[in-house]
Ligand binder design. Structure first.
Ligand code: HAS
Length: 567
């Protein structure tokens, strides 16, 4: 088996002081990561508490509401931790790949984005903690939160647009200085990620600005619920690819280097990312298959497009297998599984993302089940769906982000990952995996028995069916405790890597491309073409049904504060 590859020393890079990033770039990204790890503590405490409450093993003290905790957990984990990690990572990575560091304008935009995002996050968090916004992370109308919650979420998104603009400007300036050259793969992927994000967030921006904010301020009395859900899911599904693509960036560009291999095919990788831009947006109806008011023909169109968005993930699986097998062969391993012996299992930078990949085989299969109309009828609004997203987001994406932190944070802070910290990282990865497999497995199983999601503990007046759920819910609670320990260890490791680890040079592990891989066609970087095709697909999938929702709108709904009923 290959030994742990300890990142290269400062002596090997005498030209660099501290780390591979310039001090201003490192400070910008580290500001994002400090928010990530502080938010993880908050979201983790809320998550652990709700797992215990849901299983009936804990009753919250008076004044702490289960649904406020659930909202805090969802908003922090799904919207705050992810967005800050992605922005912090991709700003540093793009600067590094495109010229070595961020130019002044992108760096300034990065700071403005950070400030706007943080203002929005603070506003939303305060409203949730005050009990004024227990509307969960999907903030479905007609549940109505304080207007400042919606303003806060909107600012978080606007801030991320500004940070995305920083990456576009850096890329644009690099292209001007390198006419006719293909951009580095990782930078190309970062640009794709933010194009996807900008197109997707238009949906939630429209929902917030034209529906939720005026309605919650009392400027409009009612809201068109179906329309608001449609705008939300126009954004809500590509949101999951905004989380996934940075994990894929790590899988495609970093993991080959760590396993001693190369990127299998630059062209395939770029094409997969372009397919995500095309197909990840016009699919939101697969979250609304059980919603009334949308003709089944339109649902069918979007389910077909959903199956199309599976293709780039299958391409990714193929490319990763090829990378691993070729890296194994280069180290003398043969046969179908020989490569497994050549992988650096003792290196947390590999182990954590690799477990994320294996988890995604199951999580992805679950997604295909969800997207199948008849099976969706069985799993929709059950804990199965909660199991699905813990497997895809928390096991696949977040574990990959954790694995990337073990090289990224020391590289940013000008420190080194010591062998002891690597071992702690392995332990943390195992705890996270075991906790997530137990919790998410129990959620999948109890969901198939009909247990609903988004509810606190109840026996439904000792209904015999609800009794069959209790054992699974207790496993969920056990998984939740293990996860919390894994999370606490990750936060400890993160702050050690930022402030406590020995000083030294840590490289950014970016793989070379296989020599025989062809050059990607120039058309891949004609962005307006891909954006144009995406707009056409979006119009095909959404124009008629959205027009019908507006033309045939009912009287609309006033706002409801469901979580304060009876108080
Ligand atoms: Fe999903 C609901 C369909 C992917 C997250 N999803 C959700 C929700 C979230 C979420 C958060 O169609 C809940 C939203 C809510 O609150 O209501 N999902 C899909 C489909 C995919 C998919 C078709 N989801 C994701 C990803 C997520 C995510 C990724 C987060 C990161 N999802 C749905 C549907 C619903 C849904 C319905 C609505 C359910 C309902 O009724 O409410 C696809 O993108 C999945 C394709 C993936 C694959 C796997 C490829 C495997 C790879 C790994 C290779 C491994 C290697 C290692 C090389 C086909 C790339 C091998 C080594 C060995 C040793 C074996």
């Amino acid at each position: 088996m290959a030994a742990v590859e300890v990142p290269s020393s400062r002596e090997a890079h005498p030209e660099k002081q501290g780390g591979p990033f310039s001090k201003p770039d490192a400070n910008l990204s580290l500001a994002h990561f400090i928010v990530v790890f502080v938010a993880l503590v908050l979201g983790g405490i809320a998550g652990a508490l709700q797992a215990e409450v849901r299983s009936g093993t804990l009753t919250l003290p008076a004044g702490i509401d289960y649904y406020a905790l659930l909202t805090l957990h969802g908003v922090v984990m799904a919207l705050v931790v992810t967005t800050y990690f992605i922005v912090g990572f991709l700003l540093a990575f793009s600067g590094h790949l495109l010229g070595g560091e961020l130019k002044p304008t992108p760096r300034l935009l990065g700071w403005i984005g950070f400030i706007v995002m943080t203002l929005g996050t603070a506003m939303a968090a305060i409203e949730i903690l005050l009990g004024n916004a227990s509307v969960l992370y999907t903030f479905y109308a007609p549940m109505q939160a304080s207007p400042w919650f919606y303003v806060g979420v909107t600012l978080l998104i606007v801030g991320s647009w500004i940070s995305g603009a920083a990456i576009f400007v850096q890329y644009h300036l690099w292209r001007k200085e390198h006419p006719g050259e293909r951009s580095p793969l990782g930078a190309f992927m970062a640009v794709c990620t933010f194009i996807l994000w900008d197109i997707a967030t238009l949906g939630v921006a429209i929902e917030s600005l034209f529906q939720l904010i005026p309605w919650s301020f009392g400027l409009t009395k009612t809201i068109n619920v179906e329309l608001s859900r449609t705008f939300f899911w126009y954004f809500g599904h590509p949101l999951v690819y905004f989380w996934l693509l940075p994990a894929y960036i790590v899988w495609y560009t970093v993991i080959p280097k760590i396993v001693g291999g190369k990127v299998f095919s630059d062209t395939l990788a770029r094409f997969a990312f372009l397919l995500f831009i095309l197909f990840s947006v016009p699919v939101g109806f697969h979250h609304q298959l059980m919603d009334p008011g949308i003709q089944s023909g339109w649902k069918f169109v979007q389910v077909v497009l959903t199956m199309m968005v599976v293709i780039p993930s299958l391409m990714t699986a193929y490319a990763l297998f090829a990378t691993f097998i070729r890296a194994g062969r280069a180290k003398g391993q043969t046969g179908f599984t020989g490569w497994l012996k050549a992988m650096p299992w003792g290196d947390v930078r590999f182990l954590a993302p690799f477990i994320g990949m294996v988890g995604f085989i199951f999580g992805g299969a679950g997604g295909i089940i969800n997207a199948s109309n008849q099976m969706n009828a069985m799993v929709h609004n059950t804990l199965w769906v909660t199991g699905h997203f813990h497997e895809t987001l928390a096991l696949t994406v977040i574990l990959t982000f954790f694995g990337a932190s073990y090289w990224l944070l020391p590289a940013l802070s000008g420190r080194k990952l010591t062998p002891q910290m690597n071992k702690l990282g392995i332990l943390q990865t195992i705890l996270w995996t075991v906790g997530m497999v137990i919790m998410s497995g129990a959620m999948h199983a109890v969901g198939l028995l009909g247990a609903p999601r988004r509810t606190s503990y109840t026996t439904y007046q000792n209904n015999p069916l609800a009794q069959t759920w209790v054992g699974y819910e207790q496993w969920m609670a056990i998984g939740g405790i293990i996860l919390f320990i894994g999370l606490a260890l990750m936060v400890y490791n993160a702050f050690r890597m930022i402030y406590g680890a020995p000083k030294g040079y840590t490289e950014v592990p970016v793989a070379d491309i296989e020599e025989e891989a062809g050059t990607p066609p120039a058309i891949f970087e004609k962005w307006w073409l891909w954006i144009g095709i995406t707009v056409v697909l979006v119009l095909i999938a959404y124009f008629v049904p959205v027009t019908q929702m507006i033309q045939n709108a009912g009287p609309g709904s006033p706002g409801f504060n469901t979580w304060n009923f009876g108080r």
